[in-house]
Design a protein around this ligand. Structure first.
Ligand SMILES: CC(C)(COP(=O)(O)OP(=O)(O)OC[C@H]1O[C@@H](n2cnc3c(N)ncnc32)[C@H](O)[C@@H]1OP(=O)(O)O)[C@@H](O)C(=O)NCCC(=O)NCCS
Length: 165
């Protein structure tokens, strides 16, 4: 695989599940908790980005009526356009399904993601201060978790993008 190989987006298959398990460590593991609800990523639609035949990122989302939620987005090769391409694919998919909004949750430490999403039209909807305590309880994590940039993870931030039809 080289960066000259074209980035291709496809839907997940059974054979990707082992890879997804490992790749999901970038978002805290195969089970994500958003707004106090646990979601197992393998239960939801997922797009895989691949370069050549090598998976280099994934995006998992769920559709609930007029709203959709991006449950996870990760690129194993950062800053090469993978996250942007995956996010655009999810947006196209949910708009085609009739959704008017795509929301997502991230954490206070993830300043790279906060920059990334705001640059792509996502606005802050809510700050759930201290919400990570409940995530730790659900996941059985004892003690503080130090996230990106050596920041202790405490809070959940909700962002959303609206689509006009
Ligand atoms: C956040 C994430 C999904 C972004 O995906 P990506 O493939 O790295 O992003 P892209 O390459 O498409 O775009 C990155 C942007 O950062 C810029 N960038 C380049 N190098 C950078 C660097 N060293 N640091 C920060 N930004 C950088 C790019 O130029 C681009 O800028 P733009 O927003 O002005 O267009 C990815 O970094 C990731 O997997 N992070 C870990 C998992 C995670 O936190 N997921 C989100 C949880 S909700």
């Amino acid at each position: 695989m080289t960066l000259h190989d074209r980035l291709n987006i496809r839907t997940i298959t059974e054979t990707d599940l082992l890879w997804l398990d490992t790749a999901s460590q970038a978002v805290g593991g195969p089970m994500v908790v958003s707004l106090g609800t646990p979601h197992r990523l393998s239960d939801y639609p997922t797009f895989i980005a691949e370069r050549g035949s090598t998976p280099v990122g994934f995006a998992t989302f769920r559709i609930a009526g007029l709203e959709a939620e991006l449950l996870a987005l990760a690129a194993t090769e950062q800053w090469q356009g993978t996250g942007s391409t995956l996010l655009a694919a999810v947006e196209t998919e949910v708009v085609q399904a009739g959704c008017r909004q795509l929301m997502l949750c991230t954490t206070n430490d993830n300043t790279d993601a906060l920059r990334f999403y705001q640059r792509r039209g996502y606005h802050f909807k809510a700050l759930n201060a201290g919400a990570f305590a409940e995530v730790r309880r659900i996941k059985g994590i004892t003690g503080e978790v130090v996230g990106q940039h050596q920041i202790v993870i405490r809070d959940e931030l909700v962002l959303a993008k609206h689509f006009t039809v």
